[in-house]
Design a protein around this ligand. Structure first.
Ligand SMILES: [Fe+2]
Ligand SMILES: [Fe+2]
Length: 286
Protein backbone atom coordinates (compact mmCIF):
# COMPACT_ATOMS: atom_id res chain seq x y z
CA UNK A 1 0.00 0.00 0.00
CA UNK A 2 1.13 3.53 -0.64
CA UNK A 3 -0.36 6.96 -0.01
CA UNK A 4 -0.74 9.95 -2.32
CA UNK A 5 -1.83 13.35 -1.02
CA UNK A 6 -3.82 15.49 -3.43
CA UNK A 7 -3.75 19.26 -3.12
CA UNK A 8 -5.44 21.64 -5.52
CA UNK A 9 -6.18 25.22 -6.47
CA UNK A 10 -3.65 26.99 -4.28
CA UNK A 11 -3.86 30.20 -6.43
CA UNK A 12 -0.49 31.45 -5.17
CA UNK A 13 1.06 34.81 -6.00
CA UNK A 14 3.51 37.30 -4.62
CA UNK A 15 1.67 40.18 -6.38
CA UNK A 16 -1.69 39.32 -4.81
CA UNK A 17 -0.86 37.21 -1.76
CA UNK A 18 -4.45 36.84 -0.49
CA UNK A 19 -4.40 33.02 -0.48
CA UNK A 20 -0.78 32.29 0.42
CA UNK A 21 -1.41 31.90 4.16
CA UNK A 22 -4.03 29.25 3.46
CA UNK A 23 -1.42 27.19 1.62
CA UNK A 24 0.87 27.56 4.64
CA UNK A 25 -1.98 26.20 6.79
CA UNK A 26 -2.51 23.31 4.37
CA UNK A 27 1.21 22.57 4.37
CA UNK A 28 0.97 21.94 8.12
CA UNK A 29 -1.61 19.24 7.41
CA UNK A 30 0.60 17.80 4.67
CA UNK A 31 3.51 17.62 7.12
CA UNK A 32 1.45 15.45 9.49
CA UNK A 33 0.85 12.82 6.80
CA UNK A 34 3.17 10.06 5.69
CA UNK A 35 3.05 9.87 1.91
CA UNK A 36 5.34 9.11 -0.99
CA UNK A 37 3.90 11.61 -3.45
CA UNK A 38 1.89 14.82 -3.56
CA UNK A 39 -0.14 15.55 -6.68
CA UNK A 40 -1.30 19.11 -7.29
CA UNK A 41 -4.33 19.12 -9.57
CA UNK A 42 -3.96 22.61 -10.97
CA UNK A 43 -4.35 26.33 -10.47
CA UNK A 44 -1.12 26.33 -8.51
CA UNK A 45 -0.64 29.97 -9.52
CA UNK A 46 -3.03 32.89 -9.27
CA UNK A 47 -2.57 34.01 -12.87
CA UNK A 48 0.14 32.13 -14.73
CA UNK A 49 -0.87 32.98 -18.30
CA UNK A 50 -0.37 36.72 -17.76
CA UNK A 51 2.23 36.55 -14.99
CA UNK A 52 4.91 33.87 -15.33
CA UNK A 53 6.28 35.15 -12.02
CA UNK A 54 3.16 33.71 -10.35
CA UNK A 55 4.17 30.26 -11.62
CA UNK A 56 7.69 30.65 -10.30
CA UNK A 57 6.43 31.94 -6.96
CA UNK A 58 3.90 29.09 -6.70
CA UNK A 59 6.63 26.53 -7.36
CA UNK A 60 8.86 28.03 -4.68
CA UNK A 61 6.02 28.33 -2.16
CA UNK A 62 4.86 24.77 -2.75
CA UNK A 63 8.36 23.38 -2.34
CA UNK A 64 8.97 25.49 0.75
CA UNK A 65 5.70 24.30 2.28
CA UNK A 66 6.41 20.65 1.54
CA UNK A 67 10.00 20.96 2.74
CA UNK A 68 13.22 19.44 1.47
CA UNK A 69 12.57 16.14 3.25
CA UNK A 70 8.92 15.98 2.17
CA UNK A 71 7.30 13.88 -0.55
CA UNK A 72 7.90 14.45 -4.24
CA UNK A 73 5.55 16.87 -6.00
CA UNK A 74 3.82 16.23 -9.32
CA UNK A 75 1.57 18.84 -10.95
CA UNK A 76 -0.98 19.06 -13.71
CA UNK A 77 -1.89 22.55 -14.95
CA UNK A 78 -5.13 24.43 -14.41
CA UNK A 79 -6.73 27.23 -16.36
CA UNK A 80 -5.10 29.81 -14.08
CA UNK A 81 -1.69 28.21 -14.76
CA UNK A 82 -1.71 27.87 -18.55
CA UNK A 83 -5.05 29.17 -19.87
CA UNK A 84 -8.03 27.47 -21.47
CA UNK A 85 -9.57 26.89 -24.86
CA UNK A 86 -9.80 30.18 -26.72
CA UNK A 87 -13.58 30.33 -26.84
CA UNK A 88 -13.80 30.01 -23.05
CA UNK A 89 -11.10 32.57 -22.15
CA UNK A 90 -10.27 34.48 -25.35
CA UNK A 91 -7.71 36.63 -23.54
CA UNK A 92 -5.88 33.60 -22.12
CA UNK A 93 -5.76 30.70 -24.61
CA UNK A 94 -3.60 27.70 -23.75
CA UNK A 95 -0.50 27.73 -25.96
CA UNK A 96 2.70 25.74 -26.22
CA UNK A 97 4.40 28.77 -24.65
CA UNK A 98 2.17 28.87 -21.55
CA UNK A 99 2.61 25.12 -21.10
CA UNK A 100 6.39 25.50 -21.40
CA UNK A 101 6.38 28.27 -18.78
CA UNK A 102 4.38 26.03 -16.45
CA UNK A 103 6.74 23.10 -17.08
CA UNK A 104 9.78 25.24 -16.34
CA UNK A 105 8.37 26.09 -12.92
CA UNK A 106 6.35 23.03 -11.93
CA UNK A 107 7.44 20.12 -14.12
CA UNK A 108 5.77 18.21 -16.95
CA UNK A 109 2.08 18.88 -17.56
CA UNK A 110 1.43 15.25 -18.52
CA UNK A 111 3.15 12.31 -16.88
CA UNK A 112 3.02 8.62 -16.04
CA UNK A 113 4.21 6.95 -12.84
CA UNK A 114 4.21 3.21 -12.20
CA UNK A 115 4.36 2.41 -8.48
CA UNK A 116 4.01 -1.32 -7.76
CA UNK A 117 0.76 -2.67 -9.20
CA UNK A 118 -0.49 0.72 -10.34
CA UNK A 119 -0.25 3.30 -13.12
CA UNK A 120 -0.81 6.94 -12.16
CA UNK A 121 -1.36 9.34 -15.06
CA UNK A 122 -1.30 13.13 -14.91
CA UNK A 123 -3.42 14.67 -17.68
CA UNK A 124 -3.33 18.27 -18.91
CA UNK A 125 -7.02 19.03 -19.48
CA UNK A 126 -6.24 22.60 -20.51
CA UNK A 127 -4.56 21.50 -23.73
CA UNK A 128 -7.47 19.44 -25.04
CA UNK A 129 -8.95 20.97 -28.19
CA UNK A 130 -6.17 23.50 -28.67
CA UNK A 131 -4.44 21.91 -31.72
CA UNK A 132 -1.05 22.56 -30.14
CA UNK A 133 2.06 20.39 -30.31
CA UNK A 134 1.57 19.72 -26.60
CA UNK A 135 -1.91 18.33 -27.26
CA UNK A 136 -0.57 15.94 -29.90
CA UNK A 137 2.28 14.82 -27.65
CA UNK A 138 -0.11 14.17 -24.78
CA UNK A 139 -2.50 12.22 -27.03
CA UNK A 140 0.35 9.92 -28.03
CA UNK A 141 1.42 9.52 -24.41
CA UNK A 142 -2.11 8.63 -23.28
CA UNK A 143 -2.60 6.13 -26.10
CA UNK A 144 0.70 4.46 -25.23
CA UNK A 145 -0.16 4.44 -21.53
CA UNK A 146 -3.49 2.72 -22.25
CA UNK A 147 -1.90 0.16 -24.57
CA UNK A 148 0.84 -0.80 -22.14
CA UNK A 149 -1.28 -0.82 -18.97
CA UNK A 150 -1.03 -4.59 -18.57
CA UNK A 151 -2.64 -5.77 -15.34
CA UNK A 152 -1.87 -2.60 -13.39
CA UNK A 153 -4.71 -0.69 -11.74
CA UNK A 154 -5.21 2.85 -13.02
CA UNK A 155 -5.57 6.29 -11.42
CA UNK A 156 -6.03 9.58 -13.28
CA UNK A 157 -5.17 13.07 -11.99
CA UNK A 158 -6.43 16.12 -13.88
CA UNK A 159 -7.65 19.68 -13.28
CA UNK A 160 -11.11 19.60 -14.81
CA UNK A 161 -13.24 16.53 -14.14
CA UNK A 162 -14.03 14.63 -17.35
CA UNK A 163 -17.75 15.05 -16.57
CA UNK A 164 -20.00 16.13 -13.71
CA UNK A 165 -22.07 12.97 -13.28
CA UNK A 166 -21.59 10.52 -16.17
CA UNK A 167 -19.53 10.12 -19.32
CA UNK A 168 -22.46 10.50 -21.71
CA UNK A 169 -23.64 13.88 -20.42
CA UNK A 170 -23.62 16.96 -22.65
CA UNK A 171 -21.49 20.05 -22.52
CA UNK A 172 -21.12 21.55 -19.04
CA UNK A 173 -19.25 24.55 -20.45
CA UNK A 174 -16.39 25.75 -18.35
CA UNK A 175 -16.71 23.11 -15.67
CA UNK A 176 -15.59 19.88 -17.31
CA UNK A 177 -13.73 18.40 -20.23
CA UNK A 178 -16.12 19.04 -23.15
CA UNK A 179 -17.79 15.99 -24.71
CA UNK A 180 -15.94 16.40 -28.02
CA UNK A 181 -12.58 16.18 -26.19
CA UNK A 182 -13.37 13.12 -24.07
CA UNK A 183 -12.46 10.74 -26.90
CA UNK A 184 -8.75 10.87 -26.20
CA UNK A 185 -9.51 9.93 -22.60
CA UNK A 186 -11.96 7.15 -23.47
CA UNK A 187 -9.48 4.22 -23.43
CA UNK A 188 -8.56 5.25 -19.90
CA UNK A 189 -12.05 6.17 -18.66
CA UNK A 190 -13.47 2.92 -20.02
CA UNK A 191 -10.67 0.70 -18.73
CA UNK A 192 -11.87 -2.04 -16.36
CA UNK A 193 -8.70 -1.33 -14.39
CA UNK A 194 -9.68 2.28 -13.58
CA UNK A 195 -9.99 2.91 -9.84
CA UNK A 196 -9.57 6.69 -9.30
CA UNK A 197 -10.37 9.92 -11.14
CA UNK A 198 -8.95 12.79 -9.06
CA UNK A 199 -9.70 16.35 -10.14
CA UNK A 200 -9.80 19.94 -8.90
CA UNK A 201 -11.12 23.16 -10.52
CA UNK A 202 -14.57 23.44 -8.90
CA UNK A 203 -13.24 24.33 -5.43
CA UNK A 204 -15.76 21.81 -4.15
CA UNK A 205 -15.28 18.61 -2.16
CA UNK A 206 -17.18 15.65 -3.53
CA UNK A 207 -16.30 11.97 -3.12
CA UNK A 208 -18.49 9.60 -5.14
CA UNK A 209 -17.78 5.92 -5.69
CA UNK A 210 -19.34 4.39 -8.82
CA UNK A 211 -18.63 0.67 -8.95
CA UNK A 212 -14.89 0.24 -8.44
CA UNK A 213 -14.06 3.85 -9.36
CA UNK A 214 -13.66 6.69 -6.86
CA UNK A 215 -14.53 10.05 -8.42
CA UNK A 216 -12.74 12.50 -6.15
CA UNK A 217 -13.21 16.26 -6.41
CA UNK A 218 -10.48 17.83 -4.32
CA UNK A 219 -11.39 21.08 -2.58
CA UNK A 220 -9.10 24.09 -2.91
CA UNK A 221 -6.71 25.29 -0.24
CA UNK A 222 -7.22 28.92 -1.37
CA UNK A 223 -10.89 29.94 -1.37
CA UNK A 224 -14.42 28.69 -1.86
CA UNK A 225 -16.69 29.98 -4.60
CA UNK A 226 -19.98 31.25 -3.21
CA UNK A 227 -23.47 30.99 -4.67
CA UNK A 228 -23.22 34.29 -6.56
CA UNK A 229 -20.44 32.95 -8.77
CA UNK A 230 -21.32 29.24 -8.64
CA UNK A 231 -24.98 28.61 -7.77
CA UNK A 232 -24.77 24.82 -8.13
CA UNK A 233 -22.14 22.71 -6.39
CA UNK A 234 -23.30 19.59 -8.27
CA UNK A 235 -23.67 17.64 -5.05
CA UNK A 236 -20.40 18.75 -3.48
CA UNK A 237 -19.53 20.80 -0.43
CA UNK A 238 -18.05 24.30 -0.37
CA UNK A 239 -15.03 23.89 1.91
CA UNK A 240 -11.25 24.01 1.97
CA UNK A 241 -9.11 20.93 2.39
CA UNK A 242 -6.91 18.29 0.84
CA UNK A 243 -7.42 14.62 -0.01
CA UNK A 244 -5.54 11.49 1.04
CA UNK A 245 -5.64 8.54 -1.34
CA UNK A 246 -4.56 5.16 0.01
CA UNK A 247 -3.73 2.76 -2.81
CA UNK A 248 -4.43 -0.85 -1.85
CA UNK A 249 -4.08 -3.92 -4.08
CA UNK A 250 -7.29 -3.39 -6.06
CA UNK A 251 -8.90 -0.24 -4.68
CA UNK A 252 -8.31 3.34 -3.62
CA UNK A 253 -9.54 4.56 -0.26
CA UNK A 254 -9.99 8.34 -0.31
CA UNK A 255 -10.39 10.53 2.74
CA UNK A 256 -10.90 14.28 2.99
CA UNK A 257 -8.61 16.14 5.39
CA UNK A 258 -9.72 19.55 6.66
CA UNK A 259 -7.28 22.42 7.07
CA UNK A 260 -8.03 23.65 10.61
CA UNK A 261 -6.22 26.99 10.49
CA UNK A 262 -7.24 28.07 7.00
CA UNK A 263 -9.29 31.25 6.63
CA UNK A 264 -12.61 30.42 4.94
CA UNK A 265 -12.26 33.01 2.20
CA UNK A 266 -15.21 33.38 -0.18
CA UNK A 267 -14.21 34.66 -3.61
CA UNK A 268 -17.47 36.34 -4.60
CA UNK A 269 -17.04 39.72 -2.83
CA UNK A 270 -13.38 40.07 -3.87
CA UNK A 271 -13.42 38.61 -7.37
CA UNK A 272 -13.00 41.98 -9.10
CA UNK A 273 -9.91 42.65 -7.02
CA UNK A 274 -8.41 39.20 -7.58
CA UNK A 275 -9.42 38.63 -11.19
CA UNK A 276 -10.08 42.03 -12.81
CA UNK A 277 -11.66 42.19 -16.26
CA UNK A 278 -11.30 41.14 -19.02
CA UNK A 279 -12.86 37.89 -18.12
CA UNK A 280 -16.20 36.17 -18.17
CA UNK A 281 -17.51 36.35 -14.62
CA UNK A 282 -18.71 32.80 -14.49
CA UNK A 283 -15.41 31.48 -15.82
CA UNK A 284 -12.97 33.33 -13.58
CA UNK A 285 -13.96 31.87 -10.27
CA UNK A 286 -12.06 28.63 -10.20
FE1 LIG B 1 -9.57 26.01 -12.46
FE1 LIG C 1 -9.03 27.15 -9.08
Amino acid sequence: MFTVLQISDTHLSQRLPRFNANWAAAARVVAQQASELIVHTGDAALDGPDHAADLRFAAAALRAGIGPEGPRLRCVPGNHDVGDRAFITPHQPTTDETIAAHAAALGPASWVEDPPGWRLIGINTQVLGTATAAEEAQAQMLAEAALTLGDRRLALFLHKPPFLHHAEEGDAGYWTVPPEERGVLAPLLESPHLRLIASGHLHVQRLVRKGPVMHAWCPATSFVVGPALMPDTHGGERCLGILRHRFCADTVETEALPVPFAEPIVLDPIVDEIYPAPRARETAAD
